[in-house]
Design a protein around this ligand. Structure first.
Ligand code: FAD
Length: 608
């Protein structure tokens, strides 16, 4: 490609969505000179779909991103319009924070945080090609070519282009090229990746219509307020914006379902117009009507898109049915009979790169220095994108600095579970996080993300001193709380033993041991959980120790699995494809049996 000028950086991040902004900010926090190149700087941090952050298992990821010094938690705390702790009647491992965002304000806040970050340049550029070179060790990234004949040079590039690669949007029979309503698509990068030997596949996702709130009859809907005592996402936030706004609930009915059934032949998913896989756990309304045919209604949440807009997001009715059918559906839903659709729902099909082609630090196995993060790796969701982005950006910067990589493990973070699942097992549908994916979820609670991750982040320079000082204060409050508790007596028994009883609350303990009232609420909660769940926590920690012993057994790079003659052919192929770096990772590959691992372990022992 002809180039007129070359600009030099340590790390180039392509795409300023949820993955790209975290990647660029993490890289810059580690001191790497970082360029964040994105097609349109007015869409930095844009929410393509739901105006909300967090939710079950996703809220835990946001808390982790924050504990690692990331942007998402701070931005939602500054711009949220409603905060709720989901599953709060269940045990603490299930507690999941979620907030409605003021969509535009959120985006502006992320842009502001990115612009304010030292070492980071936010630049409006469309990347059209990847610049690579052949070395004696294989292919290596050199930089990127952007529209206008300019080249950016860097030893590492993080690719976070989301749903934009060869994207097609569908509304009924209508098809338009583009990765998000009102925006275009990118094909140069897909071609470049294929030329470099990376496999690409297709996924699809969808979004619901947005309504004009002034045309909704709210009296026919149920009000859903935020929590009375809203909890922030960021461990640094002391105050949340007020007042909170309400959401509302309504339902579909048999008339709506009949209408959908009668028009299925016009739905791109059913007419054969789309044949790629969509998110099974976030189905379109046409999917729900077909798959759950016995249900006579589905819940719909009416969620405001912000404080200064009447636009309402209809959560639960994602669809790519034609516009006229979407209009008719609304007429049958209580409260929405006269609702005007401001934006129609649509589905989008796009290229993604199966993530088993990455090392656990999210670098491509085929192209050294090229990192991939976010929806391009087959995930769905802002939070999943943000978590991967942070890890990819940090590792790109660490690689440039010649420092050890940052690899949060499955027992340390949901982000560790996410990345390990992706690179080890891949995904045959858009991957979203669930608490059930984490085997150590009692250790990976949203409330202790700072205790788990901030020291690790601080030791490599990802977080600043004020955050660490704040954690240290909390840790000393926890230690003091534990001492007071153990010294306290209730009915002659140590107070901590009393607290272990399921029915006993912290407040009851404080009424017997008044000094405990001086322990700040956040620290008191940690003491309570540490004591109440000690048995389970110890059991999970023992499991973790066993896993670590297994994980310590490293598999040499470029190991020839064919050389293990007794190993099943299927196991040889799977291991060769994933190239696990440890025995523990090999064990998690789907289809690899304990017998395969025993053979592999014996073989590695014999090589010593
Ligand atoms: P994105 O947020 O898409 O960001 C990609 C960025 O890359 C954009 O800023 C884009 O402008 C930029 N870019 C692209 N190409 C180039 C280029 N060549 N040069 C420079 N910059 C470029 N998630 C859910 O959890 N639930 C849902 O129901 C859901 N529905 C969705 C429906 C739709 C229609 C869409 C589009 C997405 C939906 N998502 C949903 C997914 C969610 O939006 C993504 O998971 C999330 O935004 C991914 O973040 P990302 O950073 O990987 O990509």
């Amino acid at each position: 490609m002809k180039t007129s000028s070359v600009l030099h950086y340590d790390v180039i991040v392509i795409g300023a969505g949820h993955a790209g902004t975290e990647a660029a900010a993490a890289s810059a926090r580690l001191g790497a000179r970082t360029a964040l190149l994105t097609t349109n700087i007015d869409t930095v941090g844009q929410m393509s779909c739901n105006p909300a952050i967090g939710g079950v298992a996703k809220g835990q990821i946001v808390r982790e991103v924050d504990a690692l010094g990331g942007l998402m938690g701070k931005a939602i705390d500054a711009t949220g319009i409603q905060f709720r702790l989901l599953n709060c009647r269940k045990g603490p491992a299930m507690h999941s924070p979620r907030a409605q965002a003021d969509k535009k304000a959120y985006q502006n806040e992320i842009k502001w945080l990115v612009e304010s970050q030292p070492n980071l340049d936010l630049l409006q550029e469309t990347v059209e090609g990847l610049w690579t070179e052949q070395t004696s060790e294989g292919t290596r990234i050199r930089g990127v070519h952007v529209r206008g004949g300019v080249t950016y040079q860097a030893p590492t590039v993080v690719l976070t282009t989301g749903t934009f690669l060869k994207a097609i949007m569908h509304t009924g029979e209508e098809q338009v090229a583009g990765g998000r309503a009102g925006e275009g698509t990118t094909s140069g990068i897909s071609g470049a990746l294929r030329d470099l030997g990376l496999e690409l596949e297709r996924f699809k996702t969808g979004t619901p219509p947005r309504l004009n709130g002034r045309t909704i009859d709210w009296s026919q809907t149920e009000r859903q307020p935020g929590d009375d005592q809203p909890q922030p996402f960021s461990f640094l936030t002391d105050q949340l914006p007020t007042p909170q706004m309400d959401c509302f609930v309504t339902y579909t009915n048999e008339k709506v379902h009949d209408l959908i059934r009668a028009n299925l032949h016009r739905a791109p998913m059913y007419s054969g117009q789309i044949d790629s896989q969509g998110p099974r756990y976030c189905p379109s309304i046409e999917d729900k009507v077909v798959r759950f045919a016995d249900k006579d209604k589905h819940q719909l949440f009416l969620e405001p898109e912000g404080r200064r807009t009447h636009e309402i997001y209809v959560n639960g009715i994602s669809t790519s049915l034609p516009r006229d059918v979407q209009d008719q559906i609304m007429k049958q839903i209580p409260g929405l009979e006269n609702a005007q659709i401001m934006r129609y729902g649509y589905a989008v099909e796009y290229d993604f790169s199966p993530p088993t082609q990455l090392w656990p630090h999210l670098e491509s196995k085929k192209v050294a220095g090229l990192f991939l993060a976010g929806q391009i790796n087959g995930t769905t969701g802002y939070e999943e994108a943000a978590g991967q982005g942070l890890v990819a950006g940090a590792n790109a910067a660490l690689q440039v600095a010649g420092k050890p990589l940052f690899l949060p493990q499955r027992d340390e973070a949901y982000i560790g579970v996410l990345i390990d699942d992706l690179v080890t097992s891949g995904t045959d549908e858009p991957y979203r996080m669930f608490t059930s994916r984490a085997e150590y979820r009692l250790l990976l609670r949203q409330d202790n993300a700072d205790r788990r991750l901030t020291p690790m982040a601080h030791s490599i320079g990802l977080t600043d001193q004020p955050r660490m000082d704040r954690l240290n204060q909390k840790l000393s409050d926890i230690a003091r709380g534990m001492e007071l508790l153990q010294a306290g007596r209730i009915e002659k028994a140590p107070a901590d033993r009393y607290l272990k009883r399921p029915e006993v609350t912290w407040e009851q303990i404080v009424s017997h041991v008044p000094e405990l009232a001086t322990i700040p609420a956040e620290a008191a909660q940690q003491v309570e959980y540490d004591v109440k769940y000690a048995g389970y926590i110890v059991r999970q920690q023992e499991d973790v120790a066993k896993q670590h012993r297994l994980a310590e057994r490293k598999i040499p790079p470029a190991f020839d699995f064919e050389s293990i003659k007794p190993l099943r052919n299927e196991a040889k192929q799977k291991l060769a494809k994933v190239q696990p770096v440890t025995l523990a990772q090999a064990r998690r590959i789907s289809g690899i049996t304990p017998a395969d691992i025993a053979l592999l372990m014996a073989h590695l022992e014999n090589r010593k």
